[in-house]
Write a protein that binds this ligand. Structure first.
Ligand SMILES: [Zn+2]
Length: 237
């Protein structure tokens, strides 16, 4: 009788609810039909690089940890020719972070960055993705930029990533990396356009936020059905 009373008292106080759960209910488990896409985590986009994104290096440990939850990992690398069309230095009288019209549309001009084969264009040294299966290089044509991992900035030249993922039965992508409001957002939006379910893992990204571009990107992604989650929403080891 005494024991029973104690049990009741414990239940009333919620003591039993405090026991750690045997498994984390409600967390996302990516599985064989999902891929982690790690966008442009390169020296150029962190402190000391040619186009640093504020806090860019902070995504590295988050992505390393996340990768253990994925059977499929794809990495992208911004990979420009010298004198690339996206460089302000290639346009007389233009400054970085201004915008010009190229033959395929508006193009933001950037400082020279991520030039092919340079240390600046190398993946961040602490990025540890030994199970990554594919590196997609983008922006390697001198006259065309490519924020998206799926389609170049002329909006008609495919990178081949959609075909690769589809051929391997992948239906869902989780996008991480740099920068949230440019290459991450364009990748997630194009993933939707190509018919994939798409998540952006917010704390595994950092933004440039040029003239309100971050808020605009989240709004656009929400409108297209991109889901905004945090790394803790995913079941990791
Ligand atoms: Zn670039």
């Amino acid at each position: 009788m005494q024991r029973r009373t104690l049990l009741h008292a414990g239940a009333a106080l919620g003591l039993f609810a405090m026991a750690p759960p045997l498994f984390a209910a409600g967390k996302l488990k990516p599985g064989a039909r999902a891929a982690l896409i790690v966008v442009d985590v390169q020296n150029c986009f962190v402190d000391g690089g040619t186009l640093p994104v504020k806090g860019g290096a902070e995504v590295v440990p988050v992505i390393n940890k996340l990768s253990s939850a994925f059977e499929n990992v794809v990495v992208t690398q911004d990979w420009h020719t010298p004198g690339h069309a996206s460089f302000a230095s290639a346009h007389a009288g233009q400054k970085a972070f201004s915008s010009v019209k190229l033959n395929y549309g508006d193009q933001v001009l950037w400082p020279d960055h991520c030039v092919q084969g340079t240390e600046d264009a190398a993946l961040h040294k602490d990025l540890s993705l030994p199970t990554a299966q594919l590196i997609i290089r983008k922006g390697f044509r001198k006259g065309i930029d490519s924020y998206s991992a799926f389609e170049e900035a002329d909006r008609k030249t495919p990178t081949g990533l959609a075909g690769y993922l589809k051929a391997r039965g992948i239906q869902t992508v989780y996008v991480t990396g740099l920068a949230t409001d440019f290459c991450v957002a364009w990748t997630a939006l194009d993933a939707r356009k190509a018919g994939f379910e798409a998540y952006v893992i917010e704390d595994a990204t950092r933004a440039i936020d040029l003239n309100g571009s971050l808020a605009a990107a989240w709004k656009q992604m929400a409108a297209k059905g991109v889901k905004r989650i945090q790394s803790t929403d995913i079941q990791t080891a």
